[in-house]
Design a binder for this molecule. Structure first.
Ligand code: FAD
Length: 276
């Protein structure tokens, strides 16, 4: 962090999604990008508290439940030096679903193979700087499952942090439905300042900031109002997963129309009848 602090943020490490406390710009570049999977904060809470006790300022970035846990763990005595950013969150699946899906499709994760879950508004797994999982433009079944809310962990459907009143200094999400017309194509981020510390943080950056109507932002982002609804197929999906059924097959059963749509797209692209 340019202003003499440390950042605790999550990045892929081998096959895991772990947090690190650091001021290393290379690590922070690696940590960029949404990882649509439950990350593992093991060890991060203690590490952050020790840094704060040592007089450092720390920025913690995580899912809202992780930010709430961090603030609880650190306590009010050290809170002044802790800055927090939470993400608007639909819900997050266990990393086991992701690793089973990658295995089925002949893929894996390693330090060299960093997975990106989206490119702007295109949701498809791809390896950073390399090819997509499946044909480019054809949404893979992990992404179909994630976007339709099938594989989230049980507690996500009753998440107490999915509301307008947030746990952090800044809330980050996607900007949908605001007055900025190019947001769909460009995938503009939404930054909702929650506290004076949040404003202070944003003012330290050189980001291009455009004001939006917060009422519209909230109205167009369901997870600023309520948790995701549990799909009726979700328990069958997870039971099948626990019984070893292939993720590909489970998604096809639960979301046949979406799968058919991308199957047709795949064929049209293969025949050159559609451009990617
Ligand atoms: C599981 C999940 C569900 C989401 N659901 C929604 C939603 O319903 N609506 C919405 O508007 N936005 C949602 N988001 C947020 C959105 O995907 C973007 O992260 C956000 O718009 C900020 O994008 P960015 O490009 O500015 O920052 P990014 O570069 O994407 O990321 C910002 C920070 O988030 C951290 N991060 C990414 N993934 C995780 C993770 N799994 N656990 C902890 N930290 C992580 C990164 O390490 C980075 O520090 C979700 C994000 C996640 C991870």
């Amino acid at each position: 962090m340019a202003s003499n602090g440390l950042v605790c943020s999550c990045a892929q490490e081998g096959g895991e999604f772990r947090f690190h406390l650091t001021s290393d710009a290379d690590y922070l570049r690696r940590a960029q990008g949404s990882k649509y999977v439950k990350s593992n904060p093991l060890g991060a809470y203690r590490e952050v508290r020790e840094a704060l006790q040592g007089g450092q300022r720390v920025l913690f970035i995580g899912l809202p439940c992780q930010v709430a846990a961090m603030r609880n763990f650190v306590g009010s005595r050290l809170a002044d030096s802790l800055y927090t950013i939470d993400l608007i969150c639909h819900g997050s699946p266990s990393p086991k679903v992701l690793s089973r899906f990658l295995e089925e499709t002949g893929n894996n994760l390693s330090n060299e193979l960093i997975l990106d879950f989206r490119k702007k508004v295109q949701f498809q797994l791809r390896y950073r700087g390399a090819e997509t999982v499946g044909r480019t433009g054809v949404r893979d079944r992990y992404s179909i499952a994630f976007l339709s809310g099938l594989p989230y962990t049980e507690g996500c459907y009753s998440c107490r942090y999915a509301k307008g009143d947030r746990v952090s200094d800044i809330t980050l999400g996607d900007s949908w439905g605001s007055e900025l017309s190019d947001e769909v194509a460009n995938g503009i981020s939404l930054a909702l300042v929650q506290t004076d510390k949040g404003r202070e943080l944003l003012e330290m950056t050189d980001l291009e900031l455009l004001p939006v109507d917060p009422g519209l932002a909230v109205a167009n982002n369901e997870q600023l109002q309520r948790p995701s609804t549990k799909p009726i197929e979700r328990n069958t999906f997870m039971d099948g997963f626990r019984n070893g059924v292939r993720v590909n097959r489970l998604v096809l059963r639960a979301r046949p129309k979406d799968c058919a749509k991308y199957l047709v797209k795949d064929i049209l692209l293969a025949l050159g009848l559609l451009r990617g």
